[in-house]
Design a protein around this ligand. Structure first.
Ligand code: ADP
Ligand code: MG
Length: 486
């Protein structure tokens, strides 16, 4: 497609994200909520919807939904009502899902993302509601039959629905990255799109730039990574533009993304859409959320990535790049917080964490939880560099590797044991400098006659004589003073 044609159109995108809650039990029963158990092992008569069984609301799901709502500055509804969404599917044993139709627990929030120019942009949330997952139909294990695993049936979900505020596939990518970061920081969902504990349906339309009226939307499902959501949206945008340019109408339909071929395929048209016949769930009484309950949850909220980002850039004066990397994962951010509670050298702490430590972790395929050295020890290492006791080269080349071997030792002890403490003691330095000048008298003579660049040569001789232990900063000052006095 030519850039000129593409440039005539504006894409409009709204995302629906389903997140599986990390509760111990299911949404409305005590069945275990666990990924990867033996198929159909976490299935009781409640999950199966046998006559006479009754659902019971999992309190933890409500707490998790409120956490997400507070993180997105939503209004939290006082009255929680539940509804039945009826449809027939083999992996839905009850024949309906218990969801929140007209009374979502959270409304009116927003999630901040970076737009394509790198500016902050608020994406409004229409709603966040609680519901339950269906089981899983497995089509690719048995050659003849579809297999059904009902372990997932009844797993608690929150659905986060955005307003159609996104304007490019990159913005959608950024939005999903933020959603995943949030649910992970809040510890309510593991955010794993490959295992589909986080799923996204993308609604896409295009319109002529400057138009006030949105185009007809298409919904795309079955993307198992954030990158694939971006690719599917990109494919749809181009497909819509090509159709409109040819004078064709866009059919309102649901499509499925095929990652292997990077195309979307029609699944069903909206005309054939299900009539869910929502009605109030008679077996689950309405719930009331008290302000005191919300206040308690608020008081236990962890630091959020955006708050930390603002702290790192505004208070600690780190670059946006550093702040973004440090807040990318909660574990890294917490480790950083622990280092800087023991040193004020914020920049150096960031450099150690994103440099030496990250490459050690990447090299070994470790997470920060498996990093052997304590944050406090890293702070001690930074302190002895700043005190001039060791150079940063010595720290990264000698002390850091030694610390990995014996993480219980202090960096200072290791530096002493390995005889790496720099000499910044003036008298000792001065003696060495004088010795070096005496041993290189012809160069000293030339320096005296104006060849000032020879200072570098003398510094080199001094570092050699001190076996690299002279503190270069202090030595340089003293060397020039001594040479200039010749
Ligand atoms: P449905 O159940 O039909 O999918 P929802 O209300 O759950 O409806 O979701 C609608 C989603 O579609 C929202 O994320 C919304 O922002 C998005 N949306 C609505 N209109 C458009 C449009 N014209 N273009 C792109 N996205 C849209
Ligand atoms: Mg939808």
């Amino acid at each position: 497609m030519s850039p000129e044609i593409r440039d005539k159109y504006q894409a409009v995108i709204g995302l629906e994200v389903h997140a599986q809650m990390l509760t111990k039990s299911k949404a409305y029963s005590s069945d275990v909520n666990e990924f990867g158990s033996t198929p159909n092992s976490n299935v009781s008569v409640v999950t199966l919807g046998h006559p006479g069984t009754l659902p019971k609301m999992n309190k933890r799901t409500i707490e998790f939904a409120i956490r997400m709502g507070l993180a997105c500055e939503c209004d939290i509804a006082e009255n929680q009502n539940f509804a039945r969404k009826n449809y027939f599917y083999p992996d839905l044993p009850k024949g309906y899902q218990i969801t929140q139709d007209l009374t979502p627990i959270c409304t009116n929030g927003h999630i901040f993302i970076k737009d394509d120019e790198g500016n902050e942009k608020a994406i409004r949330l229409t709603r966040i509601h609680m519901e339950e997952d269906a089981g899983k139909s497995i089509h690719d294990v048995d050659v003849f039959d579809t297999l059904v695993d009902l372990n997932r049936a009844g797993v608690p979900l929150i659905e986060i629905v955005s307003e159609p505020d996104l304007r490019s596939s990159q913005e959608a990518y950024n939005y999903l990255t933020e959603v995943r970061k949030l649910v992970r920081y809040l510890e309510i969902c593991d955010g794993n799109m490959e295992e589909s504990s986080l799923r996204c349906d993308a609604n896409i339309s295009v319109m002529l730039k400057g138009s006030k009226e949105f185009g007809r939307r298409v919904e795309v499902k079955n993307m198992n990574s954030i990158r694939n959501v971006q690719k599917a949206i990109e494919f749809e945008i181009e497909r819509h533009i090509e159709a409109i340019e040819k004078g064709e109408e866009i059919a309102q339909e649901t499509r499925s993304y095929d990652a292997l071929r990077n195309v979307t395929i029609s699944m069903r048209s909206k005309e054939a859409a299900n009539d869910y016949r929502f009605f109030p769930e008679p077996d689950l009484q309405p719930l009331i959320i008290r302000q005191s309950q919300i206040d308690t949850i608020q008081s236990e909220m962890p630091a959020l990535p955006r708050d930390l980002f603002i702290k790192y850039t505004k208070e600690l004066k780190l670059s946006e790049y550093d702040a973004y990397n440090l807040t990318d994962s909660k574990e890294i951010a917490l480790f950083y917080e622990e280092i800087i509670s023991n040193t004020k050298n914020y920049k150096s702490a960031a450099n150690w964490l994103m440099g030496e430590i990250k490459s050690y972790l990447n090299h070994n395929g470790f997470g920060i939880a498996q990093f052997p050295i304590k944050a406090k020890t890293i702070a001690e290492l930074i302190t002895i560099i700043d005190d001039g006791k060791i150079s940063s080269t010595t720290a990264s080349q000698k002390i850091f590797p030694a610390l990995l071997e014996t993480p219980e030792k202090s960096p200072l002890t290791i530096a002493e044991e390995m005889n790496l403490i720099q000499d910044s003691n003036e008298d000792a330095l001065l003696l060495m400098i004088e010795e070096v000048i005496k041993n290189n008298s012809s160069e000293a003579e030339r320096y005296k006659n104006g060849e000032k660049q020879l200072a570098g040569f003398f510094m080199g001789q001094l570092m050699k004589a001190s076996k690299g232990k002279a503190d270069p900063k202090a030595a340089n000052v003293l060397m020039r003073q001594t040479l200039d006095k010749l």
